[in-house]
Design a protein around this ligand. Sequence first.
Ligand SMILES: CC(C)(COP(=O)(O)OP(=O)(O)OC[C@H]1O[C@@H](n2cnc3c(N)ncnc32)[C@H](O)[C@@H]1OP(=O)(O)O)[C@@H](O)C(=O)NCCC(=O)NCCS
Length: 158
Amino acid sequence: MNGQGQIDMVDQIMIVMETAFDPHWGEAWNRRQVSDALILTSTHAILIDSDGQPVIPLGPLAAGFVLSRHAADEEELLLIAVKPEFRGRGLGRKLIRRLKQEASTRKTEKIFLEMREGNPAESLYRSEGFETIGIRKNYYTARDGSRLDAKTFRASIK
Ligand SMILES: CC(C)(COP(=O)(O)OP(=O)(O)OC[C@H]1O[C@@H](n2cnc3c(N)ncnc32)[C@H](O)[C@@H]1OP(=O)(O)O)[C@@H](O)C(=O)NCCC(=O)NCCS
């Protein structure tokens, strides 16, 4: 996806990022954070269009993405997002399932993720087999200075 005249992967991710995250929570990554992460061979990105198909060069723009990092037999889901206009039609679930599928080819046995308490994404995570394994008190700071706990989840994929 890096050819001349094409929108590269980082651009595609940033287009989704800009509208997907509520600025109040300060969870969105900036371009530098995304491109630095993707330099590492352990970081993986899955991008899908609004039909849930993998994003291909010169094809439709991304509607959602998931970023993950692999280490040994574990994968960490770093960030998942779907553009607001394409939510509620199963794209988030599709991204998680694709991640599980791809991660299993990397011999991953468990996927971890961390989420601010109260994020509605929890119902999606739970229905995809993620279970709470820990809570970090006052881990996140919102824009207004309020503190929120982080919940850590784990799902087995084997
Ligand atoms: C979380 C997110 C990726 C879900 O994307 P999505 O495409 O709407 O998810 P799906 O359509 O696959 O929904 C899957 C299920 O989770 C539930 N769900 C997902 N997001 C929800 C939300 N914001 N509020 C209520 N329920 C939600 C849906 O009810 C759905 O259940 P169903 O299949 O029984 O109807 C999307 O809401 C998003 O981009 N949020 C902002 C970014 C974010 O907070 N990411 C997570 C932290 S990194």
